[in-house]
Design a protein around this ligand. Sequence first.
Ligand code: ATP
Length: 461
Amino acid sequence: MDAPLMDKIVSLAKRRGFVFPGSEIYGGLANSYEYGPLGVELKRNIQDAWWDTFVRRRTDMVGLDSSIILHPKVWEASGHVTGLVDAMAECKHCHNRTRADHLIGDYFEKKGESINVEGKRVEELNEIIQKNKIKCPVCGSFDWAPVRKFNLLFETSIGIVPESQAKAYLRGETAQGIFVAFKNIIESTRVELPFGVGQMGKSFRNEIKKGNFIFRTLEFEQAEIEYFFDPDAADWEKLFGQWKDDMWQFVTKQLGVRGENLRWREHGDEERSFYSKRTEDLEYRFPFGFKELWGLAYRTDYDLNQHMQFSGADLSYTDPVSGKKFVPHVIEPAVGINRLMAMMMLDSYTEDGDRIYLKLPPKLAPYKAAVFPLLRNKPELVKKADEIYKNLRQKFMVAWDDRGNIGKRYYAQDEIGTPFCITVDFESLEKNDVTVRDRDTAKQERVPIGDLAGYLTPKVS
Ligand code: ATP
């Protein structure tokens, strides 16, 4: 019970089929993971909640699913080819490679001090490492090669014949696909400003730093919105504030995360991109410190202008009433679904004596309920339980368990966050009802079998 929280979550995630280390039978691959039978359900439920909330239920939003491999010029226009870089420090002794900003940040954090190194040049980072004689966290030596820049975009090539191969990139973010499709979206739909385009899908970054479980991985599920508006007609500060509210509400109300573990942090002038008028990160208190969960940036008309310049296409918008033609501005909320999932597992982990449970919102839990026959060697109990199980499974994700005693089965479902356990006992055969036990209160009540779906529906959807 005394292991650090992160270790408990990593172990539970593997043991119960949420998240496995990537390519484990080949000795593993750093910063890559596989989502197991329960993890894929939880992740998909978070994705659905995000899509429903920010795309389907909003009248000012549309969705998009663009390509992972875009024209290579996209990444030149967006600045990623030169800009998506990290400064890398490499220990000459053990060849540990790490991000210089994180090396410095962690060193000062351990001393109980804080330092902001965002936006610092390679030479400045070198100087800080040398001046403070920061040692390699892996082998303890102080023998660094000079800090150098390193691009996070994954390169690939298009074409099968080496002579005709063209260099391309796996997308480093989903957002650029939205700008590239902007012209087609405004021409094919009847959207009017202000409106947003949401996109969710895999992004790839060649992360060299140890990723802290699924917080930072080589590939991740990103969910981004570009919210387009006319800067003369809309008050950007108001829109920015509304997005802050929407993001906060989503994390606290829908994902059920405690507000005291969240905070907003505004980027200072050094850290903020030159084209951004304001950037704020919603941060979560991870076991390794408050870290970015969800970024919110007012990116002005920078991206559309860049793509107009690089592609030659006209990406301006014409107001249908006034006829005014201009390039819209954008506010961008960008989040990683995997980071949301890591946060939810950490935040919902509860120990109550020797009982461990994930207090996940029922709607997002991998299983909504589990069905147990009291005894597996009594065919009449098994038959009735099996009918209930198969019936409910048409409506919800429901688990089946007939092994061990009921107490152990409760514990096993608690640990994976199943909100309700349904037991078919001898009374069920006579009265046609079952015991339903609640994960959070451990209270039980009898519910008629015919009412089960109606009983569960409002509680889990
Ligand atoms: P960080 O500083 O943590 O590397 P970032 O500022 O580079 O993040 P953005 O480019 O703003 O991140 O990406 C938007 C969101 O995508 C982040 O807030 C985060 O939730 C998610 N994200 C970014 N990189 C990764 C990654 N390697 N693994 C998982 N999620 C990621």
